[in-house]
Design a protein around this ligand. Structure first.
Ligand code: HEC
Length: 156
């Protein structure tokens, strides 16, 4: 169960806009774009890799959860983009109830901060069942704009 008392569902994931290989829904939040032949957008693929580098130790493979941390495939059904970012940037500790589980703050970790959209888009696809428990077999290329933005974010 998501631990937020009040959350807002992310709404329709349908992509209505594309900018440099990144897709956005009608609310302006990043979203996935998966073609009928299974080709995923770059960010969904990148998010898959980042998730399994930074998050899966606690949240389980493929966002399925563990005894320690919630299943993000469920969390993202009820939690919107802003709420997702807030938790990942600031972290969270579930105080009371005799449990001391901690979601670390990643606000100073560039390997997470520079890939927030990637992580969100991947988990959003997983939570919508648009992507199974697999390494995406086919993906779009990374655009030059994405490469440049990444370098700027990482300070290279
Ligand atoms: C050290 C273990 C750990 C790592 C690593 C970790 N988390 Fe968490 N995360 C937690 C725990 C524990 C909670 C639940 C905290 C609570 O209930 O207050 C949580 C909660 C969350 C939530 C809120 C879920 C909900 O249903 O309310 C989100 C979103 C989240 N984590 C995303 C991430 C992402 C994205 C990453 C990787 C960048 C990540 N976490 C890495 C332990 C971790």
């Amino acid at each position: 169960m998501p631990a937020f008392a009040e959350t807002t569902p992310p709404g329709n994931p349908k992509a209505v806009k594309e900018e440099d290989g990144k897709y956005f829904d009608a609310s302006g939040a990043p979203t996935y774009n998966i073609k009928p032949d299974g080709t995923v957008d770059w960010f969904t693929y990148s998010g898959y890799r980042r998730y399994h580098a930074e998050c899966h130790v606690c949240h389980g493979p493929d966002g399925m959860g563990s005894t320690y941390a919630p299943a993000l495939v469920d969390s993202l059904k009820v939690m919107n983009y802003d709420q997702f970012q807030e938790v990942v940037v600031g972290g969270r500790q579930n105080v009371g109830g005799g449990n001391d589980k901690v979601m670390p703050s990643f606000g100073l970790n560039k390997n997470v901060m520079c890939y927030l959209d990637d992580l969100y888009v991947y988990l959003r696809a997983r939570s919508d069942d648009a992507l199974g428990r697999v390494r995406p077999p086919k993906r779009d290329d990374k655009t030059q704009g994405t490469i440049n933005a990444e370098k700027t974010c990482l300070g290279e």
